[in-house]
Design a protein around this ligand. Sequence first.
Ligand code: PLP
Length: 439
Amino acid sequence: MLCSVSKIGRPLRVDQIRKLYPIKSRHYYHGSSAKSLVMSVNGHSSSSIEHTVKRQKLAQDDPLDDVDLSQNNWRSPGPAAFDFRSDVVTSPTASMLTSIAQTTLLDDVFVEDPTTLSLEKRIAELTGHEAALLVMSGTMGNQVSLRTHLLAPPHSVLCDHRAHILSWEAGGVASLCGALVKGVVPKNEHHITLEDVEANAVLSDDVHACPTKVISLENTLGGTVAPLEECRKISQWAKEHGILMHLDGARLWEACAAGAGGLEEYCACFDSVSLCFSKGLGAPIGSMIIGKSSFIKRARWIRKSIGGGTRQAGVVAAPARVALEETFLGGKLAASHENARRIGKLWEFLGGKLALPVETNMVWFNLGEAGIKVKDFVTAAEKLGLRVLGGRLVVHYQIGGEAIEKLDVLMRELLGGKGVDGINGTVDGDPMQTQVTVE
Ligand SMILES: Cc1ncc(COP(=O)(O)O)c(C=O)c1O
């Protein structure tokens, strides 16, 4: 497999690296020894590497002795191929490993690392914003963005009641910004509209009020898409009222891959956007926030204050770059959406109901309506070698054909006898009769 990160450096295949630097033990790939591999591909002689490894061996004989490595070693398909719990489980690929081996290793707190700076520039260009900043996670992206925008209480953030920033970020907006977060239930039960915003934003300067300073949208949310036109309307209204717009775009890639709008078009509606490389795109770590240069300057400061300044950030930026180029721009997401749609259709075909429509890579089985307990669903899936959390299934791009076949069996087992005749999939209209699409 060729690495397509031309801006990072000359592509080297994993087998070429192995040939150049023969791997005598798994130490090269793990823990502190990973640094040895990275050093080796950046000009250090193999004898100095062997010396380093020998020293490490003397100091600590097999530091991974207690680790089960059977699920490891960058094999493909990896464990993610059968894991529907989330797209955060996607495994880094061999070309990501190659890019880590090739990356530059300068200090990003000193703003010196070429690989990191190159990725930030690339993302700023792709999104049409002035600047970008690498952060370690989606949570850090949202929290740094909001803390950068919000200067002093009293202030509040308006978002969907299901938003990640409200329910899944450890109350960070309260502790870091001292802000009230107001969760709004969208009237259409799908996405926040301008009507919802107008009805819930606080514009008053009365001493009793806590004025809305930021509207934070999420796209996709539960795999569903916020329409571009609605984002534009809310953005225009926010501008007129001096309110800033943030987007939790951890999965904005999916909305774009579904054809809902371009990256630049969506990002134009927001003062800041957080994008994740480590979910559907498959990178091991990393997110990026974008905005005006003045926003990014202050965000760099805030990032430092919460311990998010990193030193040799190239090891994060390089595989993130591969994730961007190969998974998103390489067009790998569309096939996973198609698979999600077919899974959703089969569930309905068998008499099940969906809790949310399938618009990107998520399928929401309404287990309660089908009389299926979550724990029974998890156990039945486990028996077939599949991992699920509950009714939400994330059909990321590493889910393979074999997993979809097993899921087909599971759905028929669970919903057998409900809704249709010919449960063995021989009736007309069975969505699984068409070819499974797998990358
Ligand atoms: C929509 C959304 N935003 C932000 C995050 C946070 O990302 P991280 O787990 O990298 O902190 C997640 C995590 O799954 C998410 O689903």
